[in-house]
Design a protein around this ligand. Structure first.
Ligand SMILES: [Zn+2]
Length: 330
């Protein structure tokens, strides 16, 4: 059968865009390890190939430490809670709710809240420490299957969409949980943010998709949503200091520390056991000295950032968060 000819180009050679499903790609624009970054000419999404989402234990390992404490609200959370176009009450489901910081704030603001979280430590924290009983250790598709009649006025997913391998399927699952004319609220890292070097978290298998406002709007629209609010966080002083710090990287710290210091970007691609060893290894005295100098250098960037900030603001440099509020058309 022609369709099964093993000499035919493989699907991986001409990947389809995971958002709009069209095969209309610009050549790979970046390579990292076994991964290639493509750019969809039809909808503007950038996505990595191949895509395979790690299991829950991977996230527990990589994000360990973040999952047992109450983190401050992120900009996306605050944009939603102050968004004049968002409904002010109703049933809200937060996908990937972490330790429940946003859920607790939404509950205080008057929503009836539920959440999903695959990291077991984070889910337990949300339940026991924040008194949020309706936090489920399920993926969105598992939740939809196990709660077929439960529907929500708002489904939120902050810093979740960039991790997805199949975003179209993910959004259809979200849709199935919404009441008619229901809302979604979300944020992703804005790929148009000001960067002076690679953002080590923004690589596979952690993130597979890179969005900007145009690609996100077209994606939501294709799935029956009307965009109500878009907010691109402007670069603030903290972001400016980080970018100055990153831009001043000379390679000296890497040399002084030897090969043992692995960046998070490299650790992510290691087999689980090797990554665990790298994450748990005690730093040598030399590495500790380098870390100390690194913190000193970062602190020294703040006065420079304050001096540079009027210029950064005038140029309209963008920060990390891209927030959307959208509503089902029917
Ligand atoms: Zn596309």
């Amino acid at each position: 059968m022609p369709g099964l000819d093993s000499d035919a180009p493989s699907a991986a050679a001409t990947p389809a865009c995971p958002a709009c499903l069209k095969i209309s790609l610009n050549a790979a624009t970046e390579r990292y390890g076994k991964y290639e970054l493509f750019d969809c000419a039809a909808c503007g999404l950038q996505f990595w190939e191949p895509r395979a989402m790690p299991d829950a234990s991977w996230y527990e390992q990589m994000y360990g430490g973040r999952d047992e404490k109450l983190l401050p609200l992120e900009p996306g959370h605050r944009y939603f809670l102050t968004d004049e176009l968002a409904p002010r009450r109703g049933d809200l489901l937060d996908i990937g709710c972490g330790t429940g910081n946003f859920l607790a704030a939404a509950r205080n603001a008057g929503y009836s809240v539920s959440g999903t979280e695959l990291d077991r430590n984070a889910a337990q924290f949300a339940k026991e420490k924040l008194g949020l009983p309706r936090v489920h250790g399920l993926t969105v598709s598992e939740f939809a299957k196990q709660h077929p009649v439960e529907k929500f006025d708002v489904v939120s997913f902050f810093e979740v969409l960039e991790h997805q391998t199949a975003p179209a399927e993910f959004l259809e699952n979200v849709k199935s949980l919404l009441r008619p004319r229901g809302y979604i609220a979300l944020s992703v890292p804005n790929r148009e943010r000001w960067l002076t070097g690679p953002d080590v978290l923004d690589y596979p298998p952690n993130h597979f998709l890179r969005w900007n406002a145009t690609a996100l709007r077209s994606f939501l629209n294709a799935h029956g949503f009307e965009t109500l609010s878009v907010k691109e966080q402007p670069a603030d002083i903290r972001h400016t200091a980080q970018m100055i710090n990153m831009g001043l990287r000379t390679g000296l710290t890497g040399k002084a520390a030897g090969n043992a210091v692995a960046s998070f970007r490299d650790v992510m691609q290691m087999p689980v056991a090797e990554a665990a060893a790298a994450l748990q290894a005690k730093p040598t005295a030399r590495q500790r000295a380098v870390q100390f100098l690194g913190r000193l250098k970062h602190a020294a960037c703040y006065p420079m950032a304050i001096a540079a900030y009027p210029y950064i603001r005038m140029r309209g440099y963008k920060g990390t968060y891209l927030y959307f509020l959208a509503r089902l058309l029917e």
